[in-house]
Each structure stands twice: as C-alpha cells, then as structure tokens.
Design a protein around this ligand. Structure first.
Ligand code: BV8
Length: 249
C-alpha cells in the first residue's frame, strides 16, 4: 500500500531498478549517518576510538577489568546524545519517509546506538549493536530505558537481590542482536543500501555479500569508499544529508 506524499520514492525506485511490485529494501546505517547531527564517528579523524582504544572500552573484558572507564565512556555519549543541538538530519528523515512509503517492504538495520532514526519518526529499527538510552541487567539480561548516567553502584530496578547494570551495547566479541531477522531480510531483499559505514566491523560488513548472493542490487551511499566498496553494484560519495534524500526521492 503506497502512502501519501512519499509515493515518488517508490515510483523512482521501481523505475530505476525495474522492480515489478513494491521493492523489498534493506538499509544498513553506520556512524556516518549521524555525523552531521553532531555525533562522532568511530574511525574518522577525531573519531570516537581515537580517544580510546577499542579494547579499553567496548569489550566484556574491559567492563570486567575497568568498569569505571566503560561506564564513563557510555555515560558521556548518553549525555551528549541528549544535548539540544543533537538532532536527526535530512538522511534520517528521508529514511523515515521511505519506511512510511514502503511499509513492511522496508527494513532499517543500524549499527548505531543513538536514537536519531526514531527521533526522525522511523518506527521499525533494528539496533544490532544495542542502544545508548537503555541499560541491561547483568543478572536477568532485561533491558530498561535509561537516559541518565549510571555506574557500578546503580542497581537493576526489578532484580532481588540488587544486580548491577551494564550499558545495553553489543561489545566486540559479543553476538549482535536480531541476527536471524536480519539474515532473513537480506535473503529476500531486492535492494540493499549501506549508508555511512566504513565496512570494517563484522558481521555487519558482510551483509552486502549476503544480499548480493541472494540476487539483491547493492548500493553504497558514503562520504568516501568503504572497505567493501568493490562488492557494491552502485555507489555515491557525499554527505549523507545530501545524497540519501536525493537517492530516495
Ligand atoms: C561478533 C559498540 C561473534 C557500540 C561496536 C568476522 C565475522 C564476525 C566477527 C568478526 C569477523 N572479523 C572480526 C570480527 C570481530 C569483530 C570485528 O568485526 N572486528 C573488526 C574491528 C575487525 N566483530 C565483533 O566482535 C562482533 N561480534 O562477531 O561476535 C560471536 C559469535 C558467537 C557468539 C558470540 C559472539 C560485534 C561487533 C559490534 C561491536 N560494537 N560498537 C558502541 O560503542 O557504539 S562496533 C562500532 O563500529 C559501532 O557500532 C559502529 O557503528 C560500528 C561500525 O563502524 P561504522 O558505523 O562503520 O563507523 P566508522 O567510524 O567505522 O565509519 C563511519 C563511515 O561513515 C566512514 O566510512 C565515513 O567515511 C562515513 N561518513 C562520515 N561522515 C559521513 C559519512 N558518510 C556520509 N555522510 C557523512 N556526513
């Protein structure tokens, strides 16, 4: 069912790729889609990891050996995300419009842990690496919406005896979330679009090959060619806030 003013996006996509019925589109976003919203990427100059070695802050071992540093790292990012100047950009908005136009034929998977897709009105977002604005109970595994800082002395609100909370983040060496759903969608996709990701982190960086093996047309929209650029049928370089709306409309 085509909804409202976004019909152009479907006509455009259908015409461009000669897809008979409503195309099944899977989009993967990375830190680059949030860069123009003011959130640091991971590996660009002055990126997140430059201040910290990955091993220091984004692994279970880091949390075990230096929890205070890991709590500080995520508390700082959680606080930054909620600053008034941090807002969705035109790329987030165009992706939300595309979801409205395509309904169930559109799936947005993000490596990002921010909530900018949701704040742009995307409704069905798979956060494969977790979410910054939530905390996970170390005992029950339950996650809770959490917008303030927390540390080792903050306890899970629903566990007895009191249990510690950890950032609800997928660290290196941990299994990304919703992988079955993602693999199923990639196996049926007509079009796979990667936006703002360097293609350096697996299994996300392997999604393009999986989509391609299943006959999808693959497109990369990125500031510069990613490590997996040769696997894409089509690519455009530029700022996400410019090339994503232009591509989807
Ligand atoms: C796992 C935490 C297994 C959240 C992150 C092969 C297969 C499987 C695993 C591996 C493998 N090889 C190696 C591994 C291990 C590892 C890995 O991939 N290591 C890499 C470094 C080699 N992978 C894992 O450990 C994964 N787990 O495989 O588990 C398993 C199996 C069984 C049982 C248990 C476990 C877990 C990976 C998740 C790690 N967590 N983050 C957080 O702190 O935020 S990853 C981290 O990198 C973020 O989530 C980030 O999103 C992600 C990817 O980075 P990008 O988003 O691409 O960001 P980056 O800065 O790199 O690039 C930005 C891009 O945007 C650039 O290209 C730039 O040009 C572009 N850009 C910038 N500005 C703009 C722009 N584009 C457009 N417009 C702009 N304005």
């Amino acid at each position: 069912m085509v909804h409202g003013q976004s019909g152009g996006q479907i006509r455009n996509i259908r015409w461009r790729y000669k897809v008979r019925e409503l195309p099944r589109i899977v989009v993967l976003t990375g830190a680059g889609v949030s860069a123009e919203s003011g959130l640091k990427t991971f590996r660009d100059n002055n990126g997140l990891w430059e201040q910290h070695r990955v091993e220091e802050v984004a692994t279970p071992e880091a949390f075990a050996t230096n929890p205070a540093l890991v709590y500080r790292f995520y508390n700082a990012r959680r606080e930054q995300l909620q600053q008034p100047e941090i807002a969705p950009n035109a790329a987030h908005i165009a992706l939300a419009e595309c979801e409205k136009a395509l309904g169930d034929n559109f799936l947005l998977v993000t490596q990002n842990v921010d909530d900018l897709h949701e704040r742009a009105s995307s409704e069905c977002v798979i956060h494969m690496h977790g979410q910054l604005l939530s905390a996970r109970c170390c005992q029950s595994g339950k996650s809770h919406v959490w917008k303030t800082s927390f540390d080792a002395d903050t306890h899970c609100p629903c566990c007895k005896p009191p249990a510690r909370l950890r950032p609800n983040i997928v660290w290196f060496g941990e299994m990304p979330l919703r992988m079955e759903d993602i693999i199923s969608a990639l196996s049926n996709a007509d079009i796979f679009i990667a936006i703002g990701t360097s293609g350096q982190v697996y299994p996300a960086a392997g999604f393009v090959q999986l989509a391609k093996d299943n006959g999808a047309r693959t497109i990369e929209l990125n500031l510069q060619p990613s490590d997996t650029i040769t696997l894409f049928d089509e690519s455009k370089q530029g700022l996400a806030s410019e090339i994503v709306p232009a591509f989807l409309r």
